[in-house]
Design a protein around this ligand. Structure first.
Ligand SMILES: [Zn+2]
Length: 300
């Protein structure tokens, strides 16, 4: 009976450990003993998420709204962590609030690979980004469902979206938001979901592709800055986030994050952080548990 009891205990532990993550609010201070840090940068009404592993590998997903975001927030962070190269620079979609800082990033730090969904766009900053990628001989890769990247020894990045043919608006035009590159980062049992600006039609299409377990993640960077047209109940029911981080600008004209989205996040039990209140939000993961560090905000 003993060995059987042991294996039962082992199974129980395996079931419990993934749920054992906790978040500690800390006002500044040094990073705890963590092997992966994910930074949801405070870049106003825009998005930029950095990932750094303990073995020195780094990724940037979107680059904020402007050159200034890159020069004052994103690049200083990587430099302060001793990062001299981004292994992957990933663009969710070519809207200004995501591509804005990309040229300055490419000029400011070495980039090995650039990934984007290759959506039709006339955005000048996007076209400038593509020109710099070409000029500097950066490897360009299409971001699409089914691709998996390895970031250092410990982090796997699964590209869950988009998939061709691209989703279209009612006008027939290819939708930027609904074809966002969606990333699922896996570090041990800790999972992060980055859905870019995916809205409900994109969420639905993604849900229809795989099983809901594919989307399960303890940490969710909330889609489309907390817009009411994203974070549908069905999507949140699949993700079941313990922590939700909204990237939105202070007093932004869109009213992001929308109260209905905050209500839906509360309904699934997610602990909420928002860059307009908390500043840059750092999540440190050791592969089993995580801690959260915020730049500012009311003490809680
Ligand atoms: Zn956006």
């Amino acid at each position: 009976m003993r060995p059987r009891l042991c294996s039962l205990l082992a199974i129980l532990l395996l079931l419990v450990l993934p749920l054992a993550g906790c978040s500690l609010l800390r006002d500044g201070g040094g990073a705890p003993d963590a092997s992966v840090t994910v930074a949801v940068f405070d870049v106003g009404q825009a998005l930029a998420v950095g990932v750094i592993t303990a073995d020195g590998h780094a990724l940037l997903y979107d680059a904020g709204n402007s050159r200034e975001d890159a020069e004052t927030v994103i690049l200083p962070f990587f430099r302060s962590q001793g990062i001299e190269q981004l292994e992957y620079l990933i663009l969710s979609h070519p809207d200004q609030d995501h591509v804005g800082g990309m040229p300055a990033v490419i000029e400011g730090i070495e980039v090995a690979s650039f990934l984007d969904p290759v959506l039709p766009s006339t955005n000048r900053t996007y076209l400038e980004t593509l020109r710099l990628v070409r000029e500097r001989g950066i490897r360009a890769v299409r971001a699409e469902r089914g691709r998996t990247l390895q970031l250092g020894e410990q982090v796997r990045v699964h590209l869950l979206w988009p998939q061709r043919p691209f989703l279209t608006e009612s006008s027939g035009e290819v939708s930027d938001n609904d074809n966002s590159a969606v990333l699922l980062l896996e570090h041990g049992t800790v999972r992060f979901l980055l859905p870019g600006d995916l809205e409900e039609p994109g969420e639905k299409a993604l849900l229809a592709q795989g099983d809901a377990a594919e989307l399960r993640a303890q940490i969710l960077v909330v889609g489309h800055h907390g817009s009411r047209t994203s974070s549908s109940e069905a999507f949140l029911a699949a993700v079941r986030p313990a922590v939700a981080i909204v990237s939105a600008g202070r007093e932004n004209p869109y009213g992001h994050p929308h109260p209905e989205v905050l209500q839906r996040l509360r309904a699934v039990g997610a602990e909420l952080y928002r860059t307009d209140v908390d500043g840059t939000v750092l999540i440190h993961s050791d592969g089993t548990r995580w801690t959260i560090e915020i730049e500012r905000g009311p003490s809680r």
